[in-house]
Design a protein. Structure first.
Length: 192
């Protein structure tokens, strides 16, 4: 029985060698992405142009910074002393830093997972409107909130340099009023 287990372990190790050798060929170095992100929360659905700059330290790990600027606003309800009023929400900007784990499937294709911390600034504007017989003036307010972020994704480089990346990131905001956001993104990616 021990001989059978040893033979099975040896066969498994030999079968994995080509995949491990191929994975070690995954390039390291600087990379960047530019794309579109769609953030869904319990109150809004916001869109943003998103950019990342990262450094793949070894084939399996790296770090990346991320910035985004809002391009799609959404209607929202704002609670006031007189009740709910209609408003518009927009992402002003978002920044985050991540540790990234890569699982190379080939030199040009990776699965990835990332975890990090970020900050988002949201602006809500309310036009002048009448609620319960009282006319409220137009107003706007902005607030920034930190979040713990984690996500998964995949990328493929068609020619070794240029490719596409898709990912999902969950933002867990530190204030209960912000809740969480599910962010889906697609981006052009470039290795330098």
């Amino acid at each position: 029985m021990k001989t059978f287990i040893a033979a099975a372990c040896a066969a498994t190790a030999l079968c994995s060698l080509p995949a491990l050798a191929q994975a070690q060929e995954a390039p390291t170095g600087v990379y960047g992405t530019l794309g579109y992100a769609d953030a869904h929360s319990r109150h809004t659905d916001l869109g943003a142009i998103q950019g990342r700059l990262g450094y793949r330290i070894i084939p399996y790990a790296g770090v990346e910074g991320e910035v985004a600027f809002g391009v799609h606003k959404d209607d929202t309800n704002v609670l006031t002393a007189l009740g709910n009023v209609n408003g518009r929400a927009e992402l002003k900007h978002q920044e985050a830093i991540y540790g990234v784990g890569f699982l190379p499937l080939s030199p040009n294709t990776d699965l990835l997972a990332r975890v990090g911390y970020g900050s988002s600034r949201i602006r809500v504007s309310v036009p002048s409107q009448t609620v319960g017989g009282v006319t409220l003036p137009a107003t706007a307010a902005s607030d920034s909130e930190g979040s713990w972020n984690f996500g998964v994704g995949a990328q493929h480089h068609f020619d070794g340099k240029n490719g596409v990346r898709v990912d999902y990131t969950r933002q867990e905001f530190t204030k209960d009023s912000f809740g969480h956001a599910d962010v889906y993104s697609v981006a052009y990616t470039r290795r330098f």
